[in-house]
Design a protein around this ligand. Structure first.
Ligand SMILES: Nc1nc2c(ncn2[C@@H]2O[C@H](COP(=O)(O)OP(=O)(O)OP(=O)(O)O)[C@@H](O)[C@H]2O)c(=O)[nH]1
Ligand SMILES: [Mg+2]
Length: 369
């Protein structure tokens, strides 16, 4: 993979004062890296790149961001991020950041509706989100459990990491310990791998759509060029066209599928090597399970042949036949999309919240194979 680097960009997002900057300081292991504080907003408006640091063999590039307190501020925040994206030549957030770490304070006991809408947008746009349940030291296990189920209920199976960013001296004189750093960093590293696989699928999906349209046009052009009123629509003619189209389809679409399969296997191999051998983070092995021949199944063409039994009056033959081919091609396209969507779960439609999809991409087994 030419563009593979072990660098992962993460953006910290969340309401004012939830502990975004403190979380960076904690995972960085440098208390004064980002300014933090109580009361009024501390981190200035914007997205702030922090010097990358190494975690085992991965480079982590955190971006701190200003917090928000309500719907209006979120709108401003989004506009600001869009501007930043433009400056960085990125079309979408997911192109720039491998992971969004969404911080929610365990103390809050709820997710505000403006926040819920915002997170749903982020998730729906195909971003990989990790929820950081900050200030987990301040509430008991029961309350943390409730927050986790609220998150799971609203946003599906995204990872939730319980975090205590800062050691605090309690009134009792006891000092609390920080926790969650390793868990957070491991989750970020695993996410990086999933993000790369998603990216490959998304890119090849666009190419596949193009290829199928090209195929469609090339078949119709071939028909217009090679079929005339003198053409006899006998078995030989039909078989010859069918074999020709089949071969072309396999070539045009199959090539992209081959490439996708190869890319996924490469990403799997390389990222597994980095994570397992260099970072000692175990990952589930991804298996590229889809069978290209099954996806390219061309059985629809049989309908054309069976339907065409010489029942049309002669003068309608060419026009009818052309119409049938065009409509069969549309069905082939629909079939193809359905198959791809089954194979990749919701990845291709870019909507998240699908457990199967995540399991699949993380390499857990899928019963449908
Ligand atoms: N007990 C406890 N306090 C925390 C934790 N994380 C952050 N804090 C405290 O919460 C306050 C706000 O932390 P910040 O890191 O400044 O929060 P922020 O989200 O960056 O805030 P803005 O930049 O203003 O949006 C500070 O007083 C931190 O010490 C945590 O995990 N546990
Ligand atoms: Mg801050």
């Amino acid at each position: 993979m030419g563009d593979f680097t072990n660098n992962t960009n993460i953006l910290l997002v969340g309401k004012t004062g939830v502990g975004k900057s403190s979380l960076i300081n904690y995972i960085y292991d440098k208390p004064g890296m980002c300014p933090t504080g109580d009361g009024k907003p501390v981190t200035g408006f914007g997205v702030h790149p922090i010097t990358p640091f190494r975690y085992r063999s991965m480079m982590i590039s955190p971006y701190d961001s200003s917090g928000f307190e309500g719907g209006e501020q979120i709108r401003e925040w989004k506009r600001m991020l869009e501007e930043e994206l433009k400056k960085n030549d990125a079309k979408e957030v997911k192109d720039w950041f491998h992971t969004i770490v969404y911080c929610i304070s365990a103390e809050s006991g709820r997710i505000d509706s403006f926040e819920e809408n915002f997170i749903s947008d982020i998730v729906r746009s195909g971003n990989k989100v990790i929820f950081a349940l900050t200030k987990s030291d301040t509430v008991d296990e029961g309350k943390r459990g409730i927050m986790k189920s609220i998150i799971a209920e609203r946003f599906g199976d995204h990872p939730v990491v319980e975090i205590c960013n800062v050691a605090k001296r309690m009134r009792s004189g006891k000092t609390t310990m920080q926790f969650g750093r390793d868990d957070m960093l491991r989750t970020i590293c695993r996410n990086f791998r999933v993000n790369l696989i998603f990216k490959a699928v998304r890119l090849q999906k666009l190419r596949l759509e193009d290829r199928i349209s090209d195929f469609h046009h090339s078949v119709m052009k071939d028909f217009d060029d090679s079929v005339s009123i003198f053409t006899s629509f006998d078995d030989d003619f039909r078989n010859e066209r069918e074999t020709f189209f089949r071969r072309r389809y396999k070539l045009m679409v199959g090539e992209v599928l081959d490439e996708l399969k190869f890319q996924i296997e490469e990403i799997d191999r390389i990222t597994r090597n980095v994570l397992e051998n260099l970072c000692c983070i175990s990952v589930d092995s991804y298996m590229c399970r889809f069978k290209i021949d099954e996806i390219l199944d061309f059985s629809r063409w049989k309908n054309v042949n069976e339907f065409w039994g010489g029942i049309f009056p002669l003068f309608r033959k060419r026009g009818e036949y052309r119409g049938i081919i065009a409509s069969e091609l549309r069905k082939v396209k629909v079939d193809f999309r359905e198959k791809m969507n089954t194979v990749f779960g919701d990845v291709l439609s870019d909507s998240a919240e699908n457990k199967k999809r995540t399991d699949f991409l993380l390499g857990f087994s899928r019963e449908s194979d």
